[in-house]
Design a protein around this ligand. Structure first.
Ligand code: SAM
Length: 302
């Protein structure tokens, strides 16, 4: 054994390039100079844990069949999972008061009572659960004002019959997906949730708040890497907020093309406050109201 065994292994320029390219290939995350020290720190930690001695060995392991688990762990360590309930209220108001209202009217008029939403990069679940709460509230109001045909029976679900809501919430990080599926939040995480919402959609369990089962049933959590070609189809809305900012422009463009292909005609994409589709595509029109922004799929005339 060498006496330098405890010293951190050196990360050469070429090792760093190899690892950066691998991470980009695998999940689209791009680490520019401002984020290199974060990347280096996480790589050092994972190398130490894996006890592979050098970054080149570590890279070889990640690209081997046996290295799949370590690769997933590394990607988990590189993601930023910051999120909150009712994040970006202005945008959510635009969604609920205008875009969703219009869609409910159009859907009810055509006898289509299904809503499909994809929360892409859902982290610990606050985003998809926020959407589920907002949609339940909106559907309750909508059904009182525009009662559906009487042939539909009332149900005990949170949704007024005959509406069906499917929210797919996906992420690349198994750890956050487990927390999201559990749906239990502490007082600090609950700060943006008002008391009417807490009473309707949460159970108080000790000093935490647990999402009630009927709300949970509306959200399906799944592992999904946005880098892959497959995308869940026929969405009315895609929320992909504060995810694209970690991708480079080429990857952002590819992602926006995929979103276009998997949105229903007239569907909308919502991105984060610091993100934009401008300059990435001409297939979406920006919708902006009271500081909230969304992007509507433009239908191409054939
Ligand atoms: C900053 S959080 C945003 C959470 C939520 N959308 C919000 O705005 O509050 C970004 C999430 O995107 C996920 N993510 C990053 N790259 C991804 C990829 N290639 N595929 C799927 N999810 C990814 C991360 O794991 C992380 O949970």
């Amino acid at each position: 054994m060498s006496s330098t065994a405890a010293a951190p292994a050196p990360l050469t320029e070429s090792d760093l390039k190899l690892l950066q390219a691998l991470i980009y290939r695998e999940c689209g995350m791009h680490f520019d100079e401002r984020r290199t020290s974060f990347l280096t720190d996480r790589l050092q930690r994972r190398l130490k844990e894996s006890q592979l001695g050098s970054f080149y060995n570590y890279y070889r392991h990640l690209t081997s069949e046996q290295g799949k688990e370590e690769l997933a762990l590394l990607l988990e360590n590189l993601t930023v999972n910051e999120t909150s309930f009712f994040r970006n209220r202005a945008q959510l108001d635009l969604f609920q008061k205008h875009i969703l209202q219009d869609l409910l009217q159009r859907k009810a008029a055509s006898g289509d009572y299904t809503l499909r939403i994809w929360s892409a990069g859902c982290s610990t679940g606050q985003e998809p659960y926020t959407l589920a709460m907002m949609i339940c509230d909106s559907l309750a109001h909508f059904s009182l004002r525009f009662p559906p045909p009487t042939r539909f029976l009332a149900t005990r679900s949170l949704l007024p019959s005959p509406w069906r809501v499917e929210i797919l919430a996906s992420d690349i990080n198994y750890k956050v997906l487990r927390a999201a599926q559990e749906g239990s939040y502490n007082e600090a995480q609950m700060a943006p949730v008002d008391y009417a919402c807490r009473l309707r959609y949460f159970d108080k369990v000790g000093d935490r708040y647990a999402i009630r089962a009927p709300l949970k049933e509306l959200v399906h959590f799944d592992f999904f890497n946005l880098k892959t070609e497959f995308v869940p189809q026929r969405n009315d809305f895609i929320f992909c907020r504060n995810v694209m900012m970690y991708f480079d422009q080429a990857e952002q463009k590819r992602l926006v093309e995929k979103f276009y292909s998997c949105l229903n005609p007239g569907g909308h994409v919502f991105v984060g406050h610091a993100e934009s589709l401008l300059g990435l595509t001409s297939k979406f029109a920006m919708v902006h109201r009271d500081s909230g922004t969304a992007y509507r799929r433009i239908e191409v005339e054939l």
